[in-house]
Design a protein around this ligand. Structure first.
Ligand SMILES: NC(=O)C1=CN([C@@H]2O[C@H](COP(=O)(O)OP(=O)(O)OC[C@H]3O[C@@H](n4cnc5c(N)ncnc54)[C@H](O)[C@@H]3O)[C@@H](O)[C@H]2O)[C@@H](O)CC1
Ligand SMILES: Nc1ncnc2c1ncn2[C@@H]1O[C@H](COP(=O)(O)OP(=O)(O)OP(=O)(O)O)[C@@H](O)[C@H]1O
Ligand SMILES: [Mg+2]
Length: 366
């Protein structure tokens, strides 16, 4: 039995639609137009996660990749790559005078003042759990939402939502990327019952059963898009779901989720450029917003009609997942059990070319 919510469009058609959302390489574009992405994360404990995320956004093809991190993490992240712009503006208990009486919105000021220059945010990689930091980031989330800036929430960023789901409830411009453990925490906070492996293995469609909880969680959050990572990734906005099941690698080293969030950051920036009509996609205008699976599927399968924002959000999430899994497959093929997160970084561009390819009109040679 096929789930009533799952899009059944073939991967080939979906990749063709993703390509429509990718800005072509044109001489007329100036620096920044192909995407300004910022990762908010990086603390004394974790410097790899924000680096892997930001470098993935850069390697996928955004023009500018920023990391907004805690003071002590900044020189380390800068040392990994001169390509990233690293700003030590994320406050923590160590950097404020009196951690017990802070003005979080004031402390968030330097980050908030950067928002108008950014197309998308990735909030959470290596953020840590410092109380001051999490309060400040909650203020940034509120402000980004009020300005309709799209963002990805991952890792410790999801903890903020677990504690205060209203921060994102009903926001249609974000993607949550929980792993199994993070999904369980979110589900518990919102009173969703997650099926055990034994329940899932019983009669009926396994994929539908597995994705049921993702759909329920998305509905409990008012239609927020969730990308539930696992043996296959389930993407749902509560009404429509897409499964990403292209082959990944077999090594589960830490940090692969960071390639995912960085890729999503760039996909969200490109999606914004697509909706802003930065280039002529050659498609006819479409004034209606897809409301359900049938509408989404019709937009995905129609030739020459622009996609609406709910369709492009699902598609951007699906594309980020497919690129990451392909990176992991290729890196695993090359490195076997020695594979590390940094091996995925080198595979981002080859994976993009293999799965999506340059859009029509792109000038890749001079
Ligand atoms: N190189 C780095 O700097 C890295 C930093 N990371 C950061 O580390 C922090 C904590 O992230 P964690 O993911 O460890 O979160 P948690 O601290 O919540 O730990 C989750 C735990 O669950 C376990 N787990 C994962 N998948 C599971 C599954 N399918 N079934 C059962 N157990 C499972 C993991 O081994 C891990 O110990 C975050 O800030 C994150 O961004 C990670 O992204 C890994 C790489
Ligand atoms: N069992 C699996 N089989 C195939 N791919 C998987 C499996 N589990 C996770 N993945 C893939 O690995 C990537 C990262 O997912 P994972 O569950 O490891 O996230 P994470 O724990 O948040 O990672 P990180 O260590 O970066 O925090 C995703 O693209 C996901 O599709
Ligand atoms: Mg993670």
């Amino acid at each position: 039995m096929e789930s009533v919510h799952h899009v059944s469009t073939s991967s080939k058609i979906l990749f063709g639609k993703v390509r429509k959302m990718v800005p072509p390489m044109l001489e007329k574009f100036h620096k920044g137009q192909l995407g300004r992405v910022a990762v908010i994360g990086g603390c004394a404990d974790y410097t790899g996660a924000p680096y892997f995320s930001a470098i993935a956004s850069a390697k996928l093809g955004c023009d500018m990749s920023h990391v907004l991190c805690e003071r002590s993490a900044a020189p380390v992240v800068k040392g990994y790559s001169p390509n990233l712009m690293v700003h030590p503006i994320l406050p923590s208990t160590d950097s404020v005078k009196d951690p017990k009486s802070i003005n979080a919105s004031e402390l968030a000021g330097p980050i908030i003042s950067m928002l108008s220059r950014l197309h998308s945010l990735v909030i959470g990689p290596g953020l840590g759990r410092d109380g001051v930091t999490l309060k400040v980031v909650a203020e940034v989330i509120k402000e980004a939402r009020s300005r309709s800036i799209p963002f990805v929430l991952d890792a410790d960023g999801l903890l903020i939502v677990t504690e205060d789901p209203d921060l994102v409830k009903g926001y249609k411009e974000c993607i949550l990327t929980p792993n199994v453990v993070e999904f369980g925490r979110l589900a518990k906070a919102l009173g969703i019952n997650v099926k055990s492996q034994a329940d899932v293995a019983g009669d009926g469609d396994k994929t539908s059963k597995e994705s049921e909880a993702c759909e329920q969680l998305s509905r409990a959050l008012g239609g927020v898009t969730i990308l539930q990572k696992g043996p296959h990734d389930v993407i749902s906005n509560g009404v429509t779901s897409i499964i990403s099941d292209i082959k990944g690698g077999l090594k589960r080293s830490g940090g692969q989720g960071d390639t995912l969030t960085g890729s999503l950051g760039t996909m969200l920036a490109w999606r914004a450029a697509y909706h802003d009509k930065l280039w002529d996609s050659g498609e006819k205008d479409n004034e209606t917003e897809a409301q359900n699976k049938e509408d989404v599927q019709a937009e995905l399968e129609s030739e020459g009609r622009r996609m609406s924002s709910s369709t492009t959000l699902l598609l951007a999430a699906w594309a980020g997942s497919c690129i990451t899994r392909e990176c992991s497959r290729r890196a695993f093929e090359a490195k076997g059990r020695s594979m590390q997160a940094s091996d995925l970084t080198d595979e981002v561009h080859p994976s993009f070319l293999r799965l999506i390819g340059e859009p029509e009109g792109s000038k890749t040679h001079l």
